[in-house]
Design a protein around this ligand. Structure first.
Ligand SMILES: [Zn+2]
Length: 121
């Protein structure tokens, strides 16, 4: 559900899309927002920013929008944490499914969880 909608964009391509840092210097390391993928999930940076901001915001980018290396690094750190969390969740979930013979929607219990029931959706 969209509570409110704000537009995130920038009018000049001389500043970082994320932190607004000055990127006009030739030796300033930067990437083109639209053509850069995150390091771990290979997701486009506009999509990563959109996921971060949620449904309440609409992220509008242009072909000339840039992101500084520092912000790309932060997005990649976030991407790695999300990637690792999903991998660990799959592993733990797989172990629980295997140990308790789970299938979707099945109630289970065990000696470890006496009186506690899990419902898998
Ligand atoms: Zn930046």
């Amino acid at each position: 559900m969209i509570v409110h909608s704000d537009v995130i964009s920038m009018e000049t391509h001389k500043n970082c899309f994320v932190c607004d840092g000055d990127l006009s210097s030739a030796d300033c390391k930067k990437v083109i927002l639209l053509s850069t993928l995150s390091r771990y999930t290979r997701t486009g940076l506009p999509a990563k920013i959109g996921q971060l901001m949620g449904d309440g915001f609409m992220v509008v980018v242009t072909a000339s929008d840039l992101v500084c290396f520092n912000c790309v690094d932060l997005i990649n750190q976030m991407d790695k944490l999300e990637f690792d969390l999903k991998r660990i969740q799959r592993t733990v979930s797989g172990l629980l499914h295997k140990k308790y013979g789970l299938s979707d929607g099945k109630f289970i219990s065990s000696d470890y969880f006496q009186g506690v029931f899990f419902k898998v959706f």
